[in-house]
Design a protein around this ligand. Structure first.
Ligand SMILES: O=C(O)CC1=CCC(=O)O1
Length: 262
């Protein structure tokens, strides 16, 4: 098991592929751990250095008391990459992971050569919606909202598979403090202005059935950065890396070739 001791927090991460390869870093979404990327990582060229981690309050990383700020989540990954001596990575972030990607690219361009903003936006939802979600989950646990969350995560056919129950288990087993802590970070984030100033290769990915960050919302953020690319994955919800891993990995591999990583 790989743990980075960053003084005030221990972060669980995992490396696959070639330790001397070009680095690709993955940041996952609210309510998921680093297994979110299992299927995609298995399908990517293995001469890359493939790094993923559990953000604060999720998976096997430490869970500090809520609320968290986006600045804290960005600083965690900034310190993780410094700890791992990573520079010039392609950073792939999904949902809140995509917000972390934007924050990191704005703050530390030396760490990031290109970004993939998957199922994310510069701003996700409204503060009242996040306040209601925090309230419901603080009082009733993640189970209180699991139905609507899972409906947004996956298109209907996937919700009828045996595998679906494992993703439901992943969601409800995240610590409540970690979950609501990250809800607060999303609620307080509006990256429209800083992301508009980014000048680096950027790929946006959306799922046609995504109820959390619909394709038009993803596209609006992607269009803030001149020259960006956008790919829509059909028949997929908020987590296309789980539902459509072949397509997701193919799109990512093409982008990695374009930016000279493969
Ligand atoms: O739970 C959802 O609606 C999905 C989601 C929003 C932000 C994130 O990271 O996941």
């Amino acid at each position: 098991m790989q743990i980075a001791d960053l003084d005030d927090i221990k972060i669980h991460y995992r490396e696959d592929g070639d330790p001397n390869g070009a680095p690709v870093v993955f940041a996952n979404s609210l309510g998921t751990d680093l297994r979110l990327w299992d299927k995609v990582i298995a399908r990517l060229p293995q001469n890359l250095r493939l790094i993923r981690y559990d953000k604060r309050g999720h998976g096997l990383s430490d869970c500090t008391p809520a609320p968290y700020s986006m600045g804290t989540l960005v600083r965690d990954v900034e310190r993780l990459l410094d700890h791992l001596q990573v520079k010039d990575c392609v950073f792939v972030g999904l949902s809140i992971g995509g917000m972390i990607a934007q924050g990191l690219a704005v703050k530390r361009l030396d760490l990031v050569r290109a970004v993939v903003l998957s199922n994310t936006a510069a701003k996700i939802g409204q503060p009242q919606m996040w306040a209601d979600r925090i309230d419901a989950i603080a009082n009733g646990g993640i189970e209180a909202l699991e139905g609507p969350i899972l409906d947004r995560w996956f298109a209907k056919p996937f919700r009828e598979t045996a595998e679906f129950s494992a993703w439901r288990n992943m969601l409800v087993r995240q610590p409540v403090q970690g979950y609501v802590g990250c809800c607060a970070a999303i609620s307080g984030t509006d990256f429209y202005t800083p992301t508009s100033g980014l000048r680096l290769p950027l790929l946006g990915i959306a799922g046609s059935e995504d109820g959390s960050t619909p394709p038009d919302l993803v596209r609006e953020t992607v269009d803030l950065v001149p020259g960006s690319k956008f790919q829509l994955i059909r028949k997929a919800g908020h987590l296309p890396c789980v539902e459509r891993p072949d397509e997701y990995a193919a799109i990512l591999t093409d982008f990695l070739k374009e930016v000279g990583h493969v």
